[in-house]
Design a protein around this ligand. Structure first.
Ligand SMILES: *Cc1c(COP(=O)(O)O)cnc(C)c1O
Length: 394
């Protein structure tokens, strides 16, 4: 089945939907049983979709779990109250005191903070590697290295990793391979055919897609699914039926939103590429983006998120550009229907295995569903303010 058809049908088992198009929102803590025997039977199947207790989910959550597992191509999917909780849940489910984790240097900043500020105290050590490392990864694997974590494209700097090759190396040393697959969403790459054992999504982003839900997921291959399911359950991780409903509702339009946002983003990026203020683009479709060839090989589509690196410019100019935008709002996160702009400072402080020259300002853009021409006009006025700020500072 092609991905657009799968997006419509995934998780719509009659068992969950009762025959209507979307599953009902089952709000539940307690499940009541007809008899001791019924309770016993439910207990035997509590990890396999029987109604047992609210924390284990209801058909609303089950429908979403099945949809994501099916789209990503894994054996099962666990839900978490945020993408960050999914990352923490996976790391805590598979690492223990004495283990070593190899973490990509271009990782989402809160993931780095989790490793450095929390896991370190549990006796789990982390070292960071260059996202473009290639064969050299083998030389960083220690006798206690248990897992290799990928994020591709990386946060902010957008390096695309050679996932199949790096997974092959990791598996030679019996390391589990973990991927923060949020940028690709569940439909634009095939993590399990590339050698990933567990694929993590911030559902908050494109799956929910409307800036109104916080949620995360982790989907595992058959080898690791039961451990992921059991350990995330032990950690008490669960999500509400209401949020699951919103995530499912967002999911159905994921493909058309991504295509439209990717098209808009390409128009804006092509315009930016010709601007004299721009040094280069960090957009996987552009050859100057590290790992562009891996992107062409491994991904079946893009989205609205990319970065633009400007030539060195005074802070007042960047501030004048970023303030007073009409369509681009100043805000964290991405994946909604609206355009966002961030001036990201201090990147050199969140990179330890690679070098970033912070004299080149970086703007991260999330392109929404507005008309691309309006977005370009908004940026053009921003660059006018940028130059005005430079001349009035003289
Ligand atoms: C936003 C984001 C997360 C965290 O997701 P939340 O749902 O906000 O906790 C994790 N990884 C990546 C790549 C992200 O962009």
């Amino acid at each position: 089945m092609k991905k657009d058809s799968k997006i419509v049908s995934a998780g719509r088992d009659k068992h969950f939907t009762q025959g209507i198009v979307n599953p009902p929102i089952y709000r539940a803590s307690t499940v009541v049983f007809d008899s001791l025997e019924h309770m016993h039977q439910a207990s035997l199947k509590k990890a396999d979709g029987a109604l047992f207790y609210g924390r284990r989910g209801t058909p609303t959550q089950f429908a979403l779990q099945q949809a994501i597992a099916e789209l990503e191509g894994g054996a099962g999917c666990a839900l978490f109250p945020s993408g960050t909780a999914a990352i923490a849940g996976v790391l805590l489910s598979f690492l223990k005191a004495g283990d070593h984790l190899l973490m990509v240097d271009s990782v989402y900043e809160p993931t780095r903070d989790l490793c450095d500020q929390l896991l370190s105290g549990y006796g789990i050590s982390t070292s960071y590697y260059d996202p473009m490392i290639g064969d050299e990864l083998a030389s960083l694997i220690q006798t206690n290295t248990k897992a290799v974590f990928f994020e591709s494209p990386g946060s902010i700097t957008m390096e695309v990793q050679d996932i199949p090759k790096l997974c092959q190396i990791a598996h030679q040393f019996n390391c589990i391979t973990l991927l923060d697959n949020t940028w690709a969403s569940p439909i634009n790459c095939r993590p399990f055919t590339m050698g990933i054992d567990i694929s993590i999504q911030s559902i908050t982003k494109y799956v929910a897609g409307h800036s109104d839900v916080m949620m995360g997921s982790a989907t595992a291959n058959p080898k690791y699914w039961r451990q992921l399911q059991q350990h995330s359950y032990l950690l008490g991780q669960c999500v509400s039926a209401d949020d699951s409903y919103l995530a499912l509702r967002g999911l159905r339009t994921l493909s058309v939103r991504l295509q439209q946002q990717a098209n808009n983003a390409l128009k804006v990026a092509n315009w930016l590429a010709l601007r004299p203020e721009v040094d280069h683009l960090r957009h996987p479709s552009f050859s100057e983006c590290p790992g562009h060839d891996f992107y062409e090989r491994d991904f079946s589509g893009g989205n609205g998120l990319f970065s633009v690196v400007l030539k060195p410019a005074p802070s007042v100019a960047i501030k004048a550009l970023v303030d007073d935008m009409q369509f681009f709002k100043l805000g964290f996160s991405w994946g909604g229907f609206e355009s966002l702009l961030l001036w990201i400072q201090g990147i050199d402080k969140i990179r330890t295995a690679t070098h970033w020259d912070s004299s080149f300002p970086l703007l991260r853009l999330h392109i929404g569903l507005e008309d691309a021409d309006d977005l370009i006009a908004d940026l053009a006025l921003g660059f006018d303010r940028f130059h005005q700020a430079i001349s009035s500072a003289k």
